[in-house]
Design a protein around this ligand. Structure first.
Ligand code: ZN
Length: 136
């Protein structure tokens, strides 16, 4: 079982990929995390419930990661990170959403809490169109 860990993520990395890499490096298949820091480019998404698809928006500029939180579970046999973020720019206005690929780290501090026990599996959920945790 993995211990809780804290890690600074590399400048210039893709935030979602860098978070995922830290869990994969430790073979952590289930857990939660929080993260704060800054981005030099941001991509956030939201899930259109009627269209049953994600839409994303790119934010040009530099941003504080005022809050980012998420979880780790298993999807299609691989470690999968689900994260949401609240970002703020020079005008202090916030934008928030589902963290998408393409958000570039300026600085990021990850605080991670692995959770022991059986893997948590994601599977396609017909009702929502999302890959959700299987009910046990
Ligand atoms: Zn989400």
């Amino acid at each position: 079982m993995s211990e809780p860990f804290m890690k600074r993520l590399p400048k210039g990395s893709d935030l979602l990929e860098a978070i995922t890499a830290e869990f994969k490096a430790r073979s952590v298949t289930k857990g939660t995390f929080t993260l704060i820091g800054a981005l030099s480019h941001a991509v956030l998404g939201y899930y259109d419930q009627a269209a049953r698809q994600y839409f994303s928006k790119e934010f040009e500029g530099e941003f504080e990661i005022a809050a980012c939180m998420g979880n780790v579970s298993m999807k299609d046999g691989d470690i999968f990170v689900h994260a949401h973020a609240v970002i703020s720019g020079s005008n202090y206005a916030c934008a928030a959403g589902h963290l998408m690929p393409g958000s570039i780290v300026f600085a990021a501090e990850l605080s991670a809490m692995p959770v022991p026990g059986a893997d948590l599996l994601r599977d396609f959920d017909e009702e929502t169109g999302l890959a959700l945790w299987k009910q046990s």
